[in-house]
Design a protein around this ligand. Structure first.
Ligand SMILES: [Zn+2]
Length: 110
């Protein structure tokens, strides 16, 4: 079975996600902007997104992939909660249907 996190990393461009919420500017091969974590008051942009889709904040040290980014942007718990919320908003519905267990979990939450 395909891992949900791997599938999301493959199918969704983190830059497209970040660009919708953060004011990003190019910096070399990276994009930088203000850190999305609410407990980090990032006055000088120290949040970087790398070409491999991972991010790192040089201010608070947080890092991760596109699902972690989504959790930060939406104030969700990282992990399956953020992954499912992300999947429902950023992927075609068919992608979710293969994760039957998770789909049942989504239905219980609606
Ligand atoms: Zn930060």
């Amino acid at each position: 079975m395909v891992n949900l996190f791997e599938a999301l990393r493959e199918q969704v461009d983190p830059v497209a996600v970040a660009d919708r919420y953060l004011d990003l500017v190019p910096s070399g091969s990276t994009l930088k902007g203000r850190c999305p974590y609410s407990d980090h008051e990032d006055k000088n942009p120290s949040f970087y997104i790398y070409p491999d889709g991972r991010f790192y904040c040089y201010g608070c040290g947080r890092h991760g992939d596109v699902v972690d980014l989504w959790a930060a942007l939406k104030g969700l718990s990282p992990g399956i909660e953020a992954a499912l919320d992300f999947a429902t908003r950023w992927t075609r519905i068919g992608i979710i249907l293969s994760w039957r267990k998770e789909v049942r979990w989504i239905e219980q939450c609606i």
